[in-house]
Design a protein around this ligand. Structure first.
Ligand code: PLP
Length: 295
C-alpha cells in the first residue's frame, strides 16, 4: 500500500584518478527515487508510514531545521499517501524554498525556539496530546522502522562490492545498510561519513540499532568545519563533480561523502581491482539554501 516503485540505478563514476589506480567506482542513485521524498528519506519513511497507518493514524508530526530534507520528504510523503502533516521547525519564523515546498504539500509549520525544540516529546504532547490520530516521528525519522527500510537497499545490489560509502546525519541509514549487508552475509567494508564535527559519537548512534558487533570504518575528518559548513575546496570539488558527471550533489551530505571517498583514493586506501559503491542519498534541495557559497 505504501510503496513507491524504486528507481535507483547504479552508474559508474568515471575519473582519471580511478582509472590510474585501477578502481571501479559506482554511485547508487537513490536521489532518483523521488524528486522530494528522495534517497534515504523514502527508505526511512516507508515502514514508518505503514506503522502509522496500521494503528489508525492519519496525521504525521515531525521535526527539523529550516532546511531539513526530512521535513520536506515527510510533507511530500504525507501528501502522496493521504496523511495530514505538521512540522515543528527549529528557530524563529523564516521563509525559504524548503519551507515553501513543505507548505505547498500541505504541511502545517510551527516555529519554536531552540530550547523549546529540544524537548520534542513535550512539544508534541502540548500540541497533539489529545489528538488520537496524530503520529510522532522523531527528528530525521530515526527509528527501527527506518533502519528496516534502509536495509532493503542492499537487496538491490547486483554484485558484492569491496567498499560501500554513505553519509551520516543520525546514522540510521548507515545502521540500515550495515544490517542489510549482514543479512546478505556480504563481506563489503562499510564506510560511514558523519557530516558533523566530532563525529566519533556516530559509532554509538549506529551501533545502538545493531544487534551484533559490526566492523565498519568511521571517517570523522570530512566535516569541513561542522554541519552545513563548507570550504572553498569542498565547493570546487562539488562544482567539478557536477560538471563532469551530470549528477547533482550538495555540500551538506553527498558532497562531503564523495569527497571522503575521493580523498581515500588519493591516499591509496584501496586495492587495484576493487569495486567501490557510494550511495547518493538525495537531498539536492539543500543546494537552494547554499547558492551564495557557489558565487
Ligand atoms: C538526511 C540525509 C542523510 C542522513 O541520513 P541519516 O539516516 O540521518 O544518517 C544523508 N544524506 C542526505 C542527502 C540526507 O538528506
Amino acid at each position: 500500500m505504501f510503496n513507491l516503485e524504486i528507481f535507483s540505478p547504479i552508474q559508474p563514476w568515471q575519473h582519471p584518478l580511478f582509472a590510474e589506480k585501477g578502481l571501479n567506482v559506482f554511485i547508487k542513485r537513490d536521489d532518483l527515487i523521488h524528486p522530494l521524498i528522495s534517497g534515504n528519506k523514502w527508505r526511512k519513511l516507508k515502514y514508518i508510514l505503514q506503522k502509522a497507518h496500521s494503528i489508525n493514524k492519519n496525521h504525521l508530526v515531525t521535526f527539523g531545521g529550516a532546511y531539513s530534507n526530512h521535513l520536506l520528504a515527510t510533507a511530500a510523503a504525507a501528501a502522496r499517501f493521504g496523511f495530514a502533516s505538521t512540522g515543528f521547525v527549529r528557530g524563529e519564523e523564516v521563509q525559504n524554498d524548503t519551507l515553501f515546498l513543505c507548505r505547498l504539500h500541505g504541511m502545517k509549520l510551527i516555529f519554536v525556539d531552540r530550547d523549546t525544540y529540544r524537548e520534542k516529546q513535550v512539544l508534541y504532547e502540548r500540541y497533539f496530546g489529545d489528538d488520537q490520530r496524530a503520529y510522532f516521528i522523531g527528528e530525521g525519522g530515526a527509528s527501527a522502522e527506518a533502519v528496516q527500510g534502509c536495509a532493503e537497499l542492499v537487496d538491490e545490489l547486483p554484485i558484492s562490492y569491496n567498499h560501500l560509502f554513505c553519509a551520516c546525519g543520525t546514522g540510521t541509514t548507515a545502521a540500515g545498510i550495515i544490517t542489510g549487508l549482514s543479512q546478505h552475509k556480504l563481506p563489503t567494508q562499510f564506510h560511514a561519513v558523519p557530516v558533523f564535527k566530532n563525529g566519533n559519537f556516530m559509532r554509538n548512534e549506529i551501533d545502538r540499532y545493531l544487534p551484533f558487533k559490526a566492523d565498519y570504518t568511521l571517517h570523522t575528518k570530512y566535516h569541513f568545519g561542522g554541519y552545513a559548513k563548507t570550504s572553498p575546496e569542498l565547493i570546487s570539488f562539488i562544482q567539478s563533480f557536477v560538471a563532469t558527471t551530470g549528477i547533482l550533489i550538495e555540500p551538506v551530505y553527498t558532497g562531503k561523502m564523495l569527497y571522503a571517498l575521493y580523498d581515500q583514493v588519493i591516499k591509496n586506501r584501496f586495492t587495484p581491482g576493487n569495486n567501490i559503491l557510494a550511495i547518493h542519498s538525495g537531498g539536492i534541495w539543500g543546494l537552494l539554501g547554499m547558492k551564495e557559497k557557489f558565487m
